[in-house]
Design a protein around this ligand. Structure first.
Ligand code: GLN
Length: 190
């Protein structure tokens, strides 16, 4: 059985764990360094990226996760998790702590006040039918480097992408009953 961790600082942790289990993984919450032992993959849930990034630093998780990811452990960032993966964050705020693993420029809260929270179908490359994207103060990828494969876009920009063993989506797949993105990630971890 493949053991996947879900960073458990903020966000819909139990929903991620539930979907991973339904895909056939062993899924555990990750709160401290020792929880990373034996993981074949890690999900970074949504929430507030400044808070999550700050607490990851404090618990020593930033360096440890970065090192494991560089050694090949797959990481899946959803919403704030996408922000944490990004090499560059474009919102004019001061540098916020993050993993900076993926060659993308991400804008936080990119849909503005009118579209602060909404749902929209998202066609993921390789999926037969769209997933229902739940967007909550969601980020967008505004620029992606050559190693990044765009998996889905809306009119506003890129909302799903992959770079090798790194996967990032702007929305919250854990808030739907659709297993496909979690099962896709599990396949990346095998
Ligand atoms: N706006 C949040 C951030 O930039 C992300 C929101 C979310 O994860 N739902 O951190």
């Amino acid at each position: 059985m493949v053991k996947i961790g879900v960073l458990s600082i903020q966000g819909a942790v139990s929903e991620h764990i539930d979907l991973l289990k339904r895909c056939g993984a062993v899924a555990v919450p990750v709160k401290k360094l020792s929880d990373l032992e034996g993981l074949k993959g890690l999900i970074l849930p949504g929430g507030e990226s400044t808070t999550i990034g700050g607490l990851m630093e404090k618990y020593g998780l930033t360096e440890a996760v970065r090192a494991r990811a560089r050694a090949g452990m797959p990481v899946f960032g959803t919403c704030a998790g996408m922000v944490l993966l990004a090499r560059e964050i474009l919102d004019g705020a001061r540098e916020q702590p993050r993993l900076a693993l993926m060659d993308v420029k991400v804008r936080r809260n990119a849909f503005g006040r009118q579209r602060e929270s909404f749902e929209a179908p998202v066609q993921i490359k390789g999926f037969d039918t769209p997933v229902e994207g739940v967007f909550i103060r969601a980020p967008l990828i505004e620029e992606a480097g050559p190693a990044v494969e765009v998996l889905a876009s809306l009119d506003e920009g890129i909302v799903a992408a992959r770079q090798g063993s790194l996967l990032a989506v702007s929305f919250h797949p854990e808030l739907t009953d659709d297993l496909r993105l979690h099962c896709y990630f599990l396949e990346m971890c095998k």
